[in-house]
Design a binder for this molecule. Structure first.
Ligand code: SF4
Ligand code: SF4
Length: 160
């Protein structure tokens, strides 16, 4: 399965350190600069997210959020308010290769990059600590299969 974003918002809550508004062109149009590469991108607030964009309360909780990130508490979901014109780095970003869900479909862990587990629950960490050291010598493909089998055996659902 191709990557899908669960809109947890984790990535965007620190990206204000990278994406900085350097100019407001119109009411809903901005010039965004990547502070690391110097690259500039013209972005527009999505037509259906104008009201959401005006709500700046996210910065009280996450002061380093991207200037276009917002969170809807009622849905527990994060939104990119310039999703349609967001920078290429955001369009290309995949935060996991293997997604681990509990039986109810709640995300409890992610395999990110090369063999790194980001566990979001203690039970997942415990399984990992007990078994991960045995997988070290496997080839990449066998390692992925073994990780999938390991978590499926413990009742988790896997998305790849
Ligand atoms: S890309 Fe990953 S970290 Fe970012 S919001 Fe989506 S699921 Fe969360
Ligand atoms: S532009 Fe959108 S996707 Fe990119 S960091 Fe900001 S809120 Fe997230």
């Amino acid at each position: 399965m191709s990557f899908f974003c669960s809109q947890c918002g984790e990535c965007c809550t620190t990206l204000g350190l990278v994406h900085v508004i350097v100019k407001q062109i119109k009411e809903d149009e901005f010039l965004l600069q990547n502070e690391y590469t110097g690259e500039k991108k013209r972005v527009l607030v999505d037509p259906d997210k104008q009201d959401l964009f005006l709500d700046k309360s996210i910065f009280e909780t996450y002061p380093d959020s991207c200037p276009f990130f917002r969170f809807r508490e009622t849905e527990k979901k994060g939104y990119c308010t310039c999703h349609l014109t967001r920078p290429a780095i955001c369009q290309d970003y995949d935060c996991w290769r293997i997604l681990i869900l509990d039986p109810a479909g709640i995300r409890v862990g992610r395999i990110m990059g090369w063999r790194h587990l980001c566990a979001e629950r203690e039970d997942v960490s415990t399984i990992w600590k007990e078994h991960a050291h045995r997988l070290g010598s496997l080839s990449d493909e066998k390692w992925d299969i073994s990780v999938v089998n390991l978590f499926q055996k413990h009742g988790y659902r896997i998305v790849r």
